[in-house]
Design a protein around this ligand. Structure first.
Ligand SMILES: Cc1cc2nc3c(=O)[nH]c(=O)nc-3n(C[C@H](O)[C@H](O)[C@H](O)COP(=O)(O)OP(=O)(O)OC[C@H]3O[C@@H](n4cnc5c(N)ncnc54)[C@H](O)[C@@H]3O)c2cc1C
Length: 479
């Protein structure tokens, strides 16, 4: 649904005409400086739109934001790409930074009944002794059958549980899938759509080399380096990126958005792209938009996430990604990041994330950093009996309130379109990514898409006779 190159060219000609008549360029405000917001800005500035990005945090990057470990940036929440994350790859190449994408084999495992099982390749699946041989084969076939599904819409009517049991049987579900779904979605596990798990299986299955081993990608310098590089390109195009500047309200006049209020003043806008979680957008726009639409923004539920990041003086194991299928262990995964990106990058520190998705009301989300660490360490000792807390050189606790939308059955009906009843206001938020699940790759894809669309609307409505009344943004295609 991108504007055609012809339409783009016509619009640019009109914009050039506008500049030659000394008319001001149309102004777009983007709320959020994560990968989605920055990608939208990237498309807008290169089309001559005057862009302001408002970011509440101190830095750009959003959920893929970072902190410093031994002079090196590290993600607050573990991040990697699959080899089929092509949209982010395309952007990186356009920025001239393709050489900074690093592909590495990854070792994946599963913690079950106090043991760690390797699960990186099809032959590992065949050696997965907690299941009888026939079920191991069913597990392997399930992944293949998932990849063969062509029309995900047929899966919208089933829960992940129903679909997985149908394909792989009860025992495979109980040993492999139930703990994973419950670990990731807690009280919402039984609501999760078959589309969500299908998509995960499909993506992971196709991020493999010829031998079936998984390949993952990382960015030299971390995701922060890429976010900064993108921000740099956006600034070079003349855009203003204001960090530590939260949008506090949208100003709507006669059904059209005309400005964004921030903690530091008001920014006028002919169009606004909102990229934060939908409940945040609802709060920003609530008094000035139809109640039923605002209710729709609040209808999708989100889980929060807590990540405990340990800097260790030695490695825990040789596994990068350890799924936890033991109901007694409170984290969904243990990710030893330095089994993907070497510890030498962080001056020899070994980085381990303990990740937990949970409702924001959960105790672990609300406890102090010290209490969260104390709570988690005995579990880590149980998993790695040799582990000693003296290995820890530093520990950090990061929390994200809106970390994972709950993708339930019939999710298509819940997702609000990019168009909104407020003229000039567009949504491009993580919860709208579907049937794929959130990820920087899709934030880039959708951010660029909305940026192109808004640019074409703004430019198409520019006729040189004045700013305010002539930038009415026309009807927008649903996504
Ligand atoms: C635990 C975890 C692990 C993940 N692992 C991966 C991975 O391995 N690979 C991968 O590709 N993706 C991963 N993701 C997902 C990825 O981080 C997100 O999908 C992506 O970063 C979303 O980008 P976004 O721009 O759409 O949203 P966000 O990153 O959420 O950006 C929205 C921005 O809006 C800002 N904001 C909010 N309110 C306001 C306001 N009022 N005013 C101004 N600004 C505001 C926020 O500070 C934020 O910067 C992971 C996410 C989590 C939580």
């Amino acid at each position: 649904m991108s504007p055609s190159p012809d339409a783009d060219e016509q619009a640019l000609t009109r914009l050039t005409l506008l500049h030659s008549q000394h008319m001001p360029a149309p102004r777009a405000v983007i709320i959020g400086g994560g990968f989605g917001g920055l990608s939208a800005a990237f498309e807008l500035v290169r089309r001559g739109i005057d862009v302001t990005v408002l970011e509440a945090d101190r830095e750009v990057g959003g959920l893929a934001g970072s902190f410093e470990v031994n002079g090196q940036r590290l993600e607050k929440f573990y991040h990697h790409w699959f080899t089929n994350d092509i949209h982010v790859g395309d952007l990186v190449h356009e920025l001239g930074e393709g050489h900074n994408i690093i592909y590495r084999p990854s070792r994946t495992g599963m913690y079950f009944a106090n043991r760690i099982f390797r699960l990186s390749s099809p032959s590992d699946v065949l050696r997965f002794t907690p299941l009888p041989l026939a079920d191991r084969v069913r597990l392997g076939l399930l992944a293949l059958r998932a990849r063969a599904v062509k029309d995900w819409r047929a899966l919208e009517y089933e829960t992940a549980q129903e679909w997985l049991v149908r394909l792989g049987g009860e025992r495979v579900y109980e040993v492999v899938w139930r703990p994973l779904l419950e670990g990731k979605f807690g009280p919402f596990a039984s609501d999760i759509s078959a589309v969500w798990i299908w998509n995960k299986l499909k993506l992971r299955g196709s991020s493999r080399d010829r031998s079936g081993a998984e390949l993952l990608a990382y960015y030299r310098g971390g995701f922060a380096a890429l976010a900064e590089r993108l921000a740099c390109a956006v600034r070079a195009g003349g855009s203003d990126i204001q960090v530590s500047t939260a949008a506090t309200a949208l100003v709507v006049d006669d059904g059209r958005v005309v400005a964004v209020e921030t903690e530091n003043g008001t920014v006028d806008a002919d169009a606004v792209i909102a990229t934060p979680a939908l409940p945040i957008v609802a709060d920003l726009v609530a008094p000035n938009a139809p109640d039923d639409w605002v209710r729709r923004l609040r209808a999708i539920e989100y889980l929060a996430n807590v990540c405990i990041v340990l800097e260790l003086d030695r490695s825990l194991s040789d596994t990068y990604w350890l799924n936890v299928n033991d109901p007694g262990f409170p984290f969904v995964a243990v990710i030893e990041h330095t089994n993907l990106e070497p510890a030498s990058t962080y001056g020899g520190r070994h980085i381990v994330y303990l990740s937990k998705y949970l409702p924001a009301s959960a105790e672990l989300y609300r406890m102090s950093d010290e209490a969260a660490l104390e709570y988690s360490l005995p579990h880590l000792v149980r998993m790695f009996p040799a582990f000693d807390r003296r290995w820890i050189t530093a520990a950090h606790v990061w929390r994200a309130r809106y970390a994972q939308p709950i993708v339930s059955k019939h999710y298509t009906q819940l997702v609000p379109p990019a168009e909104t009843p407020v003229e000039g206001l567009y949504l491009s938020s993580m919860a709208q990514i579907y049937p794929e699940d959130r990820g920087t790759n899709y934030a880039v894809r959708d951010g660029r898409h909305i940026g192109r669309l808004v640019a074409s609307h703004l430019i198409a409505h520019t006729n040189g006779s004045g700013r305010r009344s002539d930038y009415g943004v026309g009807p927008q295609p649903a996504r």
